[in-house]
Design a protein around this ligand. Structure first.
Ligand code: BES
Ligand code: ZN
Length: 459
């Protein structure tokens, strides 16, 4: 292990240069104009494995390709599967970036670029940890498999069927994912819960074409107004979702969780300051942390209708649409939510409006047992690398495939986030702290050692 640590310490510059190379590739999975860049990112990741002497595969899917690689089997030892994603969210609004999103720039010890933390930088820590083992010791103490995908940011729709069809190939005891955050700078965390998601687009059509709002306004339903009314009906003034049955399966927070969250070193004032607001809104009866981590919600992600150009235009738009999504918690089922939502909205379509509800993607949330040998191994690895043990948190984001992994592979999921909450994921000036990048790499390398000391397994 000492040689591994030394390798990581002496290759910091190389690791940073490689991260910057990957960050220069505009692998925006949602944007088909970037398909060749997205492909290039897959090839780049495969190239990293090749450089370590592994034999990676680029596996085509109906969408963006998967990259798979594995280190040699170690009989009698557990197997770990590292999952990550090389795709990124769209970088817009571009004019709010201090330096362009695909021109990585280091400022104050942070590397700034789209995907820096989510997930290129975090994913690469595991590649570099394995590189360190292979280039110093020559082999790993356990087998590590890698599955790196290119569609996480658009719902991993092609990955779930792949996992179902390749359970043998992906067979493992622990699934290791670094695509989340630490609790705060200097306070590493293990995430034991993520929210699920159900993502929709509501399209409303009114008159056959845009109309003069003076000539026609007041006589027919305005689709933009109808959209606003229908979306507003989704929540009441207390932040409760109004779709019937929405809360039926919600797993409640335990008293222990509520007590533990209250003891975490943060205040609501700090939170408001960090996002730049002077007030908050959300489901009554819960703290902001509880609402973000363990309660379902609904957010509008985009609204489109009418005139938004220069000056003013008196138009009654013919169409209006919105993208919106629910964040779900265990044990809510996205399919049930879709059916209930369809009924709820249909009952609210005003006269003269045609509605279409597009169901983009959905995935359930997860809570992970803290009581497992793999959790203890991860706690040991993080303590060794970061110099203090992790706190246990839930987070509000979603990694759509985790539930499929845990059900199909029957393995423990370890969510070991190296990011920070203020890394600006999905927003302008995304960053990743380079020190966290190197500590994450070290923790990853230590994890394989910790896992190798666990009792032998059948697999
Ligand atoms: N890295 C995030 C997930 C995440 C965010 C975990 C915050 C923990 C805290 C991931 O890449 C992501 O953004 N996922 C999407 C999934 C969606 C597009 C289906 C998300 O949560 O919006
Ligand atoms: Zn993301």
């Amino acid at each position: 292990m000492q040689e591994v640590t030394r390798y990581i310490q002496t290759h910091r510059d190389d690791f940073e240069r490689d991260l910057a190379d990957l960050l220069r590739i505009a692998s925006v999975s949602a944007d088909s104009r970037q398909n060749s860049e997205t492909r290039r990112a897959a090839e780049w990741v495969a190239g990293q494995f090749k450089q370590c002497g592994l034999a990676p595969e680029i596996i085509p899917t109906a969408g963006h390709p998967l990259v798979y690689a594995e280190t040699p089997a170690v009989p009698g030892k557990p197997v770990a599967l590292v999952y990550g994603h090389y795709d990124v969210q769209p970088p817009e609004p571009l004019d709010e970036w201090i330096t362009p999103p695909f021109e990585p720039t280091v400022r104050n010890g942070n590397i700034h670029a789209r995907g820096a933390t989510d997930d290129k930088g975090q994913m690469l820590t595991h590649v570099k940890g394995v590189e360190a083992w292979l280039n110093s010791v020559g082999k790993l103490p356990i087998q590590v498999k890698f599955l790196i995908e290119g569609e996480e940011e658009v719902g991993s729709v092609n990955l779930a069927p792949f996992v179902e069809r390749h359970r043998e190939k992906l067979a493992c005891n622990a699934i290791v994912i670094s695509d989340s955050s630490q609790f705060a700078p200097g306070v590493p965390a293990i995430t034991y819960g993520l929210r699920g998601i159900a993502y929709y687009e509501l399209k409303l059509r009114g008159p056959k074409q845009d109309l003069h709002s003076g000539t026609f306004g007041g006589a027919i339903t305005n689709p933009a107004g109808a959209l606003a009314t229908m979306l507003a009906a989704l929540k009441d003034a207390d932040g409760r979702i109004q779709v019937p049955g929405f809360y039926d399966e919600v797993l409640p927070l335990t008293d222990r969780e509520r007590a533990e969250y209250r003891a975490l070193p943060t205040t609501e004032e700090q939170f408001m300051q960090s996002v730049g607001v002077d007030g908050m809104f959300g489901e009554a009866g819960y703290t902001a942390l509880e609402r973000r981590w363990a309660r379902p919600t609904c957010d509008i992600n985009g609204l489109t209708s009418g005139y938004q150009g220069e000056w003013a235009k008196t138009v009654l738009p013919a169409r209006a649409s919105a993208k919106f999504s629910f964040r779900l918690v265990p044990n809510q089922d996205p399919k049930k939510i879709s059916a209930a939502l369809q009924k709820f909205l249909e009952a609210r379509v005003p006269p003269g409006i045609q509605m279409e509800l597009v169901d983009h993607h959905g995935a359930p949330g997860i809570v992970i047992s803290l009581d497992s040998p793999y959790m203890r191994a991860a706690t040991g690895a993080i303590s060794a690398a970061f110099g203090r043990p992790p706190v246990f948190v839930r987070e509000g984001g979603s990694i759509p495939i985790v539930n499929t992994f845990s059900r199909q592979l029957g393995a423990d999921v370890l969510l070991l986030g190296w990011g920070q909450n203020d890394d600006n994921t999905h927003s302008p000036n995304e960053k990743f702290n380079l020190n966290d990048y190197h500590l994450g790499t070290l923790a990853s390398a230590c994890l394989w050692e910790e896992i190798s000391r666990l009792p032998p397994t059948k697999q």
